[in-house]
Write a protein that binds this ligand. Structure first.
Ligand SMILES: Cc1ncc(COP(=O)(O)O)c(C=O)c1O
Length: 351
């Protein structure tokens, strides 16, 4: 039991032109006004470091007892599923999607069933099709908003409809803040059947701080913290304090991230327009593109790796083997050269 995808990420993406990341590059630590001499190694906060819980509650506009802190959205998804899934439960999960979601659900004993997000529908959720899949044994529906890997937004009306289907709905909102000023309220506010996971990792370039959280009804939050006693006991106290500083600076960090992604969006959209072998609408919002590829994906990825020091993510990991995912949130020069290399590789006869 494990994640083939995560193993691939950890062992196969250390390459000069790494376009496999879905997040924004690291925010410079020196730009965070952390007083390192004042950090404490240990302190109070057995079930959530209170200043962090309060800061997250303010950010999300929810009561503090609805927040459980976690290690990234990965940790948040794991904890939420540990609390929500009983072995044998039927869980409906989007596909294409983020593999860790169904891998974690399976780990917790779920009987995973997939619902399709069709490329022809711009990866929108077809609620009528989803409704047909719900049975008396379905206890949970899981989706990402924005959708990884397509960056599609699911609007509030659709989410409300999904919430009306009966089962609880777990929404991973790790990419939602990419919408900036247009970011809707968290779907946690749409009703008591919604549980939400999120973190400061992907949008804000703070992956290293691992500040994640679950938004859930207070009794679920209590269950999560009790379960976490079996998994990690507490988040590192040092990074909890750094997370508080980051949350105070979030508007500046968001601005930095927005400017970077706006610049990179222009670069990748120009690339897409000049690369007919990669079929995709221009990227409007998001950190990745997910084009359909007109040549064999495995050949392309192999040639990129072996001859061009470039890595992109093959779509089979997400359940779409005719596609690739290319991340745009890294260093500008790496993105430009990496995309140029993808174009060069596509010209090779051997592909
Ligand atoms: C949908 C989704 N959820 C969670 C994660 C993991 O996020 P974190 O780094 O916050 O654990 C990712 C990472 O790619 C993701 O795409």
């Amino acid at each position: 039991m494990g994640s083939a995808y995560m193993e691939w990420v950890k062992t196969r993406t250390a390459m000069k032109y790494n376009l496999a990341n879905s997040g924004v590059k690291s925010y410079p630590l020196a730009s965070l006004p952390v007083d390192f001499q004042a950090l404490q190694l240990t302190g109070s906060g057995a079930y959530g470091y209170t200043p962090l819980v309060e800061a997250l509650a303010r950010k999300c506009g929810v009561p503090g007892d609805c927040v459980a802190t976690a290690l990234g959205t990965s940790g948040a998804n794991h904890l939420a599923m540990a609390a929500l899934i009983e072995p044998g439960d039927e869980v409906l999960i989007e596909q294409p999607g983020y593999p860790l979601i169904w891998e974690a659900a399976s780990y917790h004993g779920a009987n995973v069933k997939f619902f399709e997000r069709r490329a022809e529908e711009k990866f929108a959720i077809d609620v009528d099709a989803l409704r047909k899949l719900v049975t008396s044994r379905t206890t949970l529906i899981v989706l990402t908003n924005l959708h990884n890997p397509s960056c599609a937004l699911t609007d509030g009306a659709t989410l409300r409809e999904i919430g009306g289907l009966g089962p609880r709905v777990l929404v991973d909102e790790v990419y939602l803040d990419l919408l900036g000023e247009r970011t809707p309220e968290t779907s946690f506010k749409l009703g008591e059947q919604f549980v939400v996971t999120n973190s400061l990792t992907k949008v804000y370039g703070l992956s290293g701080v691992r500040c994640g959280w679950v938004l859930a009804a207070p009794e679920i939050v209590k269950k999560i913290y009790r379960l976490n006693d079996l998994f990690g006991v507490n988040n590192p106290y040092v990074t909890d304090q750094i997370s508080c500083v980051a949350l105070e600076c979030l508007p500046e960090i968001a601005q930095w991230s927005r400017e970077l992604l706006a610049k990179h969006r222009a670069i990748v959209n120009e690339f897409l327009a000049a690369t007919p072998e990669l079929e995709s609408d221009p990227l409007a919002v998001g950190t990745v593109i997910f084009p359909r590829v007109t040549v064999p994906v495995d050949n392309l990825c192999q040639v990129l790796r072996e001859r061009y020091e470039t890595v992109i993510t093959p779509g089979h990991f997400f359940g779409a083997s005719e596609r690739v995912r290319i991340g745009i949130g890294g260093e500008t020069a790496i993105l430009q050269e990496g995309l140029a290399r993808v174009r060069e590789a596509l010209k090779q006869r051997s592909i």
